[in-house]
Design a protein around this ligand. Sequence first.
Ligand code: FES
Ligand code: FE
Length: 426
Amino acid sequence: EEMSQTDMIDYLKESVQPESGAIPAFLLGDPKVYDIEHKKVFLKTWLFIGHESEIANKNDFITRDLAGYSVIISRGADGKIRGLYNMCTHRGMKLCRADAGNKSSFTCPYHGFNFKNTGDCIGVPLQKDLYGEGFDKSGLGLHKIRIESYKGLMFGTWNDEAEPLVDFLGDFKWYLDILVGRAEMEVIGPPQRFIIQSNWKIGADNFVGDSYHTMVTHGSIVKLGMVPSATYSKKGYQIYTKNGHGLNLGTPNPDFAFPEELKDEYKSNLTEEQYDVLSNLKNMIGNIFPNLSFLISHTKVKGQLISNTSVRLWRPVGVDKMEVITWFLVEKNASDDWKRRSRESFILTFSPSGIFEQDDTEVFTDITAAAAGTMPLVKGLTFNYTMGLHRKPVADFIGPGVVFDDKFTEANQRNFYRYWLDLMTS
Ligand code: FES
Ligand code: FE
């Protein structure tokens, strides 16, 4: 029998139990859950839309998806960044159909209304003739969207009541500083985009806390001798903060995998404690709720250990489908040679042709197929998320959050689903 939305929300309250580690399979395949997610999660929270360096110059713009709706992110002649709903106010046509460019105004492809990149309507074809002398265009401006940035990462939201971005990120900012605030960072090239037949939460779950899978899913890199042992990803810390955010810090690392000549820049941007984490970092993998994952990983390129930094969006385009959008980030003041090698190390590992990415994608699509449709709900199929429930957090870690002193635990997934459930049932 068809469940109403209210019934579904009640059923979520009863069946999703992050505290005791019971997460039902139907969350990954039920179309009703997907619809509720759109309203209660994606239209409510901050969502990543790009990096400020993608629109570095005056009048640069990008168009991006914000919870299923196209938005224009533009840097005005005044240097200010604005978010505009990419819908012409005359009859609703998509105003700008390019992914990126440099324009001070946009002309609608339907009847030719012209809008400045501040959103103001500045031109209507045959205005005097068709609308008369006193026609007022001031009410025709594009709908403005809240955009806020943290250390170059731009987020947008449809929710006018959403707390400020910095409050939403909370203590997690401490770790984001290491990710993107350690130096002036820039995105190289347009983001890579590819479609995976997967529910978006599998990607978020994997990056927020699943270091455990690396032993098996990525076992081939052990066989190839690229890492010393199968448990290479166990050592380190798993950390979560409020609002579902979480990360995994691989540490220690005897080699410094960042450009030596930038040590002063790092030190001036980070606290001593943050610099200590950076200089001992082996890798750093996490997720900003709901769907922005990030990664610093190291790969040997021509005998030298090179770090690469990236962020990725698991953009839902259906209950069983997502577009993965990845941005490669690099220190702006690194040498061209270092930037090239860092990018190479990224593409070798995390990109459609990268070895890790291909491993993970196989898993994500098979889980999605297994969890599809109504059977998993009817049968009450449930996944076990109890790993590490018996463990206590460490008290003396140098960074904020709830910290566990090895990465093989599911504390972060439980934290992710706890906040997800809060939003879904609010
Ligand atoms: Fe844009 Fe008419 S819909 S000008
Ligand atoms: Fe993986």
